[in-house]
Design a protein around this ligand. Structure first.
Ligand code: NAD
Length: 433
């Protein structure tokens, strides 16, 4: 099939590349010329494991092209997939301006037979709203399919090639059937729904996962005061099939480009209909509190952070991505520096993006060893696998004080015991001194 994808971000690029991998002819379109120029040279604008090699092989096979021109990209497109950003607006609602602009832009080139698929995360009613924009501009009826995306950054290729399920929402059976055909080579379960239910499925999923995180974090906070260990608790709880083990890792809360904004957008939708979704308000409040925990623990330990050198390991909002959107490291870096601490941070891939967000309020190290040298404390903020495999026994010898605040519970007791007289504070687990 001939497919056009608007937006070459984490979702659009992964989708475009994977659709070409299963044999479709894909044109990826973006308004950002630099991204498109890089992509034409086989350079991915994002860090995503496995993406760049698929990019290269499908470009070579001439199934994948890139352009900033809608006229070129939409020419002959049977399916137009919109995957532009829907960031959080000032009032908590999803900002639909990129989507509205994309709708106006494509209506100049859309054909009556093409199917428009919205993959961006959008509030209930948005597909119908975008349809009215396009039809008003192009002057004929168009077919819409809501196809929310569930990929996780860091495993976007794998998630796109092997999704748990594909949701297709449409009021037009033929349009949904065509998109089902597009996905057939993936051999994935496909769930058909009406267009509004499809839109709601995405928010209900993300809000549930965020709530699961806040729930285990509250249990962790309780574990700390009653003397239990949240790791053992989560293990015991998660083995119950009705609950499941995923998303029961206590820590310094969720961040990223989806959970924070999607939970707030769902809350905003509820408020528009005078529904008091109080559980979501608590999910957000718990998460805000959780992101402050490492700094609180450091203040409790040191009293005053003025002049203290803190090594920060991890900047991205989660491992295996360079994405800094809503990363807990941002708030932590601001709090520490406002209290007079000097922060030296290391991240395997997110430093360039972090510099755009944090500028020079912190220093960026080129290795864990550089970051940790002469530090008064170490804070683990992102659980990159390589951090868990470090030789902490020799690392802590480089510090002024062997004090570790682990925001992701990624170190084990045996590792720490091998370090000698280390002080270790984590989330919902006993302090080790
Ligand atoms: P992103 O910010 O990484 O990428 C968006 C891209 O769209 C940018 O490259 C931008 O230049 C481009 N763009 C903006 N307006 C355009 C236009 N008119 N024409 C062509 N391109 C245009 O965003 P993302 O993280 O890929 O998210 C996209 C959508 O998918 C959002 O709605 C998000 O909520 C949703 N989503 C994201 C994830 C994720 O993990 N990132 C997962 C599931 C769903």
């Amino acid at each position: 099939m001939k497919i056009a994808v608007l937006g070459t971000g984490y979702v659009g690029l992964s989708t475009g590349v994977c659709l070409s991998e299963i044999g479709h002819h894909v044109y990826c379109i973006d308004i950002n010329e630099q991204k498109i120029n890089n992509l034409r040279n086989g350079i991915s604008p994002i860090y995503e494991p496995g993406l760049e090699s698929l990019l290269a092989s499908n470009m070579t096979a001439q199934r994948l092209q890139f352009t900033t021109s809608l006229e070129e990209g939409l020419n002959d497109a049977e399916i137009i997939i919109i995957a532009v950003g829907t960031p959080q607006g000032d009032d908590g609602a999803a900002d639909l301006s990129y989507l509205e602009q994309a709708a106006k832009d494509i209506s100049k080139y859309v054909a009556a037979s093409s199917i428009i698929v919205i993959k961006s995360t959008v509030p209930v009613g948005t597909n119908e709203y975008i349809q009215t924009i396009i039809e008003a501009e192009c002057g004929f009826p168009v077919q819409m399919v809501s196809n929310p995306e569930f990929l996780r950054q860091g495993s976007a290729v794998q998630d796109t090639m092997k999704p748990d399920r594909i949701i297709l929402g449409s009021n037009d059976k033929t349009a949904a059937e065509k998109i089902r055909e597009m996905y057939l080579p993936l051999n994935a379960p496909i769930i058909l729904a009406d267009i509004r239910s499809a839109e709601m499925i995405k928010y209900a999923s993300n809000a549930f996962l965020a709530t699961k995180i806040s729930y285990i974090n509250e249990i962790a906070n309780l574990c700390e005061v009653v003397g239990a260990n949240v790791e053992d608790v989560a293990n015991g709880v998660g083995k119950d099939k009705r609950i499941g083990e995923a998303f029961l890792q206590a820590g310094i809360g969720y961040g990223g480009s989806c959970f924070p904004k999607d939970v707030k957008a769902l809350l905003h939708t509820a408020s528009l209909y005078q529904v008091d979704f109080s559980m979501l308000k608590e999910t957000i409040a718990i998460n805000d509190n959780q992101q402050k925990l490492l700094v609180k623990k450091a203040v409790k330990r040191f009293g005053d952070l003025q002049g203290k050198k803190i090594a920060m390991l991890g900047l991205s909002f989660k491992p295996e991505t360079d994405d800094m959107r809503e990363a807990p490291s941002i708030k932590i870096a601001h709090s520490l520096t406002q209290m007079g601490a000097e922060v030296v941070a290391y991240d395997p891939v997110a430093i360039n993006n972090a510099k755009q967000v944090l500028g020079d309020i912190i220093t960026y190290a080129s290795s864990v060893y550089d970051a940790i040298s002469q530090a008064d404390a170490l804070m683990i903020v992102t659980e990159w696998k390589e951090f868990t495999q470090l030789d902490f026994a020799s690392l802590v010898k480089k510090m002024n004080h062997p004090i570790i605040f682990d925001g992701r519970n990624c170190l084990e007791e045996e590792q720490l015991k091998a370090c000698g007289n280390v002080e270790y504070y984590s989330i919902g687990r006993p302090v080790i001194i």
